[in-house]
Every structure is written in C-alpha cells, then in structure tokens.
Design a protein around this ligand. Structure first.
Ligand SMILES: *[C@@H]1O[C@H](CO)[C@@H](O)[C@H](O)[C@H]1NC(C)=O
Ligand SMILES: *[C@@H]1O[C@H](CO)[C@@H](O)[C@H](O)[C@H]1NC(C)=O
Ligand SMILES: *[C@@H]1O[C@H](CO)[C@@H](O)[C@H](O)[C@H]1NC(C)=O
Ligand SMILES: *[C@@H]1O[C@H](CO)[C@@H](O)[C@H](O)[C@H]1NC(C)=O
Ligand SMILES: *[C@@H]1O[C@H](CO)[C@@H](O)[C@H](O)[C@H]1NC(C)=O
Ligand SMILES: *[C@@H]1O[C@H](CO)[C@@H](O)[C@H](O)[C@H]1NC(C)=O
Length: 367
C-alpha cells in the first residue's frame, strides 16, 4: 500500500513541477522553445527566479523572435483575449506542441488539463492573484529596458481560465511603424508554491486608436492596500503609485524593482493599485496633480480628460469605471461611496470631476 502510494506520488510530482503557466501566441518570443532548446529547461511556462538579468529578461528568448509581421492585437477601448496555459498543447496552437493536443474536450477554459489547480499555483478562485500585460512604445527588443514597460491591463482573476480577457484603455495611442513590444507578467500568491515570477515577451500593436497622448513615464508600484496576512487592516491610498506603473521585477539576482520578502509577493491587484481591467490613468495628461506618494501625502487630482474622450462615445464606460475606482479607493465605506454605488446604474452621461472627493460629492448632490 505504501509502495503504491509512493509510486503514485512520484508519478504525479514531475507533472506538478512541470506545470506552471505561460501566455501563448505566435507573436511571442520563445513560441517554439521546448525543453531541449537550451541547456536548461527554458520553456515559456518555466518560472523565473534567482537569475542573472540576461536569463530572466524576456525569459532569455530574445534569440527566438516571432515570425516577422506577427502581432498580438490590442483594440483600444475593447478587450483582447489571451490564451494562458501550462502547456502549448492546451491552447489553440497545439499543432506545434511537442505533446500534441491536450485540450480538455469538456472544458475549453481548462488552463492545465489533467492537473489540479495547484499546477498553476492557486488553491481556488478565491486564491488567484492576478496577472498583467505591459507595453513599451518601441519595436527594438535589443534596446528596451525594464523601466520602459508600463502595465496597461490587469486581470485580477488570473490565472484561472485559458481564455483571459485584458481590457485595453480607450486612449492608447498608436504604435510606431514596427509595432510595440508587450509582455505578460504574473506573480502568484505565497500559499500555492514558492516565490517566482513569470514573464513572456511578445510583439503587439494597438488598433483603433483615437488618441495620440503618450503614456506617462512608468514608476515603481507601491504596496499601499490592506493586507490581512501582514496585519495591515486599512488601505493607505496616498501611499499608492498612481498613473503609469512598471511591472514587478522581483526575486531575481539582478535589476529587481521590488524587494518584498518570500511570503509577501507583489501581486497585480488593488494592494498595489492595479485595479481590475484597463489601466485608464496611465497617460501624460491623466492627472492635474500627482504628489509623490507617501502615507501622509495629498491625494492626486485627476485631470479633466472628458474633452479628449468626446471623440468617441464608446470610450465613456472606461472613464466612468476609472472614476468609480478612484472614488472607491478614497471613500471606501463612507455614505458618499454607498450613494455613488447605488446611483451607478442611473448614470447616463459623464460628469465633470476634478478631485475624487468632489466627484463623490457631486454624484451625491446631483441625484
Ligand atoms: C498549425 O495551425 C496553423 C493555423 O491553424 C497553421 O498556420 C500552421 O501551419 C499549423 N502548423 C503545423 C505545424 O501544422
Ligand atoms: C478576466 O478574464 C475573464 C476570462 O476571460 C473575463 O471573464 C473577465 O471579464 C476578465 N476581467 C477583466 C477585468 O477584464
Ligand atoms: C498596427 O495597427 C495599425 C492600425 O490598424 C496599422 O495601421 C499598422 O499598420 C499596424 N502596424 C503593424 C506593424 O502591423
Ligand atoms: C507604503 O509603500 C511602501 C512602498 O511599497 C511600503 O514599503 C510601505 O509599507 C507602505 N506603507 C503603508 C503605510 O502603506
Ligand atoms: C472639462 O471638459 C469638458 C468637455 O470638453 C468641458 O466642457 C469643460 O469646460 C472642462 N472643464 C474644465 C474645468 O476644464
Ligand atoms: C467596511 O464595511 C464592511 C461591511 O460593513 C466591513 O466588513 C469592513 O470591515 C469595513 N471596512 C473598513 C475599512 O472599515
């Protein structure tokens, strides 16, 4: 009995440690990298940690670029659907996978068929930590630096479904003639696997652009939200980084920008002011005032970007979402916030806003 248990365990363990997850698309660097391509297992799904810069940056896949002209499209103001899986054979691109088609016929959204969810580092839907897409307005993969990436979309319910939507900000400007460079980033929670990062770079292009305002220079995100595990009961909104933020570079030997400990991983969620969905406040003109964050700083003041948006009515929902998000941060449990939420369905046109506080107030009095 014991021997049989041991056999079962040793059979499943290699499957578990070989699982993890990657963003899969022909626009990616390393799309055809298999376990034997490098002198170590450098498949796109393998996590990166404790590595020198060249080994973690773009997953060391810069010599394995996508075919010319292949881009992952980012429709401004709409969702781009990515495929995230623990094996290429579990995606639409199974036909170029070593193991062939392993997609789950009963559940096309299965991230890792025949494996428990711990194979992609979650104990369940309430334990997912979120992932992010970042962009840089350059097409030169040899020139791009870590500080050049800006997170433009977050899905906080990630990694959970193979098909994962990333909402693209409505005001994303067009890319240069050679397209843009993007990357998928993910750090999972501490309770389902060791500390590690994921990064897959790919070529991307913004389509349907209606704005030419550039992105702001991205800054390092800050841990400003409540954190039960570390006995921090309240959000500290003035301590957040607002506007454009870099991805997390964590737990490698070189060029980290985050220095959190093993059990406090930086994750793409509210705790670091990475709100779910499009990051609509990442542009040069998104704020009128953006004080340096600290627990005692003043809150930033959003600019009147309404005029930039009149060009396209379809952009308004994301503006309103941003407004709500800021109001939510600042007025968590206040009566103003509750009034704002209850009046949400009744809104039909955008309102002028300057400070989040004035916004919440005007929402309440204008009813
Ligand atoms: C895989 O499928 C894609 C599109 O469906 C096709 O373009 C490609 O040639 C196929 N590759 C192989 C190795 O069959
Ligand atoms: C996250 O992805 C899921 C699955 O595609 C999707 O249903 C959800 O709307 C996405 N969330 C956001 C905020 O885009
Ligand atoms: C990017 O998309 C725009 C808008 O559709 C298009 O005009 C441009 O040619 C695309 N760029 C590349 C490199 O394909
Ligand atoms: C403020 O942010 C810094 C940087 O992430 C973090 O170390 C610190 O704990 C935060 N303080 C509060 C009170 O949120
Ligand atoms: C804000 O933008 C709207 C729409 O363009 C404009 O009517 C309004 O005057 C602006 N308000 C301020 C204070 O700039
Ligand atoms: C907000 O209200 C909810 C429900 O009343 C409560 O559980 C929570 O502790 C409150 N949060 C803060 C920060 O006061």
């Amino acid at each position: 009995m014991l021997a049989r248990l041991f056999l079962i365990t040793s059979f499943f363990l290699p499957l578990l440690v070989s699982a993890h997850s990657a963003f899969w698309h022909p626009s990616m660097f390393g799309f055809d990298v298999v376990a034997e391509t490098f002198d170590y297992d450098n498949r796109p799904v393998v996590p990166i940690k404790n590595m020198e810069f060249n080994k973690w940056w773009f997953h060391n896949h810069l010599d394995h670029p996508p075919q010319p002209g292949v881009f992952f499209e980012l429709p401004a103001g709409q969702a781009a659907t990515a495929e995230i899986a623990c094996n290429k054979g579990a995606t639409s691109y199974f036909n170029s996978s070593e193991g062939g088609d392993i997609r789950d016929p009963n559940n096309p959204n299965n991230v890792c068929p025949n494996s428990p969810t711990t194979a992609y580092h979650t104990n369940g839907l309430d334990d997912v930590a979120g992932c992010a897409l970042a962009i840089s307005y350059t097409s030169d993969e040899r020139a791009i630096q870590p500080k050049d990436f800006t997170v433009f979309s977050v899905n906080q319910t990630c990694v959970w479904t193979r098909f994962t939507d990333f909402h693209v900000p409505a005001r994303m400007p067009a890319c240069p003639p050679g397209g843009c460079l993007c990357a998928f980033f993910w750090v999972h929670n501490a309770d389902s696997g060791g500390e590690e990062n994921y990064m897959n770079g790919f070529r991307c292009n913004v389509t349907g652009s209606v704005s030419d305002v550039p992105l702001a220079t991205p800054k390092v995100p800050r841990r400003c939200g409540s954190d039960d595990a570390n006995r921090k009961a309240f959000d500290v909104p003035s301590n957040c980084t607002y506007s454009a933020k870099q991805p997390f570079y964590w737990f490698n030997n070189e060029r980290n920008n985050m220095f959190e400990g093993d059990y406090s991983p930086p994750t793409y969620g509210d705790r670091y002011n990475f709100l779910d969905g499009a990051q609509d406040d990442i542009f040069e003109d998104s704020y009128d005032d953006l004080p340096d964050p600290s627990p005692t700083s003043a809150l930033p003041i959003l600019s009147n970007i309404t005029d930039q948006l009149t060009a396209s009515l379809s952009n308004l929902p994301s503006l309103l979402d941003l407004t709500d998000s800021l109001a939510r941060r600042n007025f968590d449990n206040s009566t103003e916030y509750r009034a704002l939420v209850t009046s949400r369905e009744r809104r039909r046109r955008p309102r002028r806003y300057s400070t989040p506080s004035r916004l919440a107030h005007s929402q309440v009095v204008s009813k």
